[in-house]
Design a protein around this ligand. Structure first.
Ligand SMILES: [Zn+2]
Ligand SMILES: [Zn+2]
Length: 221
């Protein structure tokens, strides 16, 4: 494994110990750090400001986080450019249609592709790969969206490792079975059986919602 793969490896190991899709967690954490540490360093950079301006600022999701960042001056400088363009549009009754893409979304995609690539090339028998398999198969697994991206990733050199495919698909089937049970026991007259379910099974709907909705929250614990 190359040096940069080790970073992916350890980050994935840490995220696998926490609840939810490990990839969602890594991407959210790194995107948050991107805004917090890197972005504001680029405020003085003309190239970045042009990129930000062309995008019309961050997307509505990522701009929601801006008020919580420390650097008021950076937010002011970036916002000023966008406001100037918006005032211009109001004046000439032009529709607001920025052509660029949100820089945080671009960054997220980069991180996502890096990890999808890493996972897709994790088949084999080296010690690291065996370790990866060990910790990954006790994690909550990838959400549906990340698994879908994994199996259809562009430029895939190898196919998805068999162990990973088996682990993920069994996870989804198991979730389906638990959902069916939850729905069945939610019927009138089945309260006693429902109460006998484990706490985890009583809250399986939360797991399903998390599994089907990629987590794009700025920062996670
Ligand atoms: Zn995910
Ligand atoms: Zn965005």
């Amino acid at each position: 494994m190359a040096i940069e793969k080790h970073i992916n490896f350890f980050e994935l190991q840490k995220a696998s110990e926490k609840p939810g899709c490990p990839l969602c967690r890594i991407i959210s954490d790194r995107a948050y750090k991107y805004i917090d540490n890197t972005l504001f360093e680029h405020v003085a950079n003309r190239g970045f400001r042009a990129l930000f301006r062309a995008a019309g600022g961050f997307c509505s999701f990522h701009s929601r986080g801006l008020v919580s960042f420390r650097d008021g001056l950076a937010v002011a400088i970036l916002s000023r450019d966008i406001l100037e363009d918006r005032i211009d549009c109001f004046k000439y009754k032009k529709p607001w249609r920025p052509k660029g893409r949100c820089p945080v979304c671009i960054e997220r995609e980069k991180i996502e592709n890096e990890y999808l690539d890493f996972l897709n090339n994790s088949g084999g028998n080296s010690i690291e790969e065996r370790e990866l398999r060990e910790f990954f198969t006790v994690s909550d697994g990838l959400c549906a969206s990340h698994y879908a991206k994994l199996i259809s990733a562009k430029g895939l050199i190898k196919s998805v490792p068999a162990w990973l495919k088996q682990f993920q698909e069994e996870k989804f089937k198991e979730l389906m079975v638990r959902l069916d049970k939850f729905i069945e026991l939610s019927a009138y007259g089945r309260q006693k059986e429902f109460a006998a379910l484990s706490e985890q099974d009583q809250l399986v709907w939360k797991e399903a919602a998390a599994c089907l909705n990629e987590n794009v929250i700025g920062s996670s614990d």
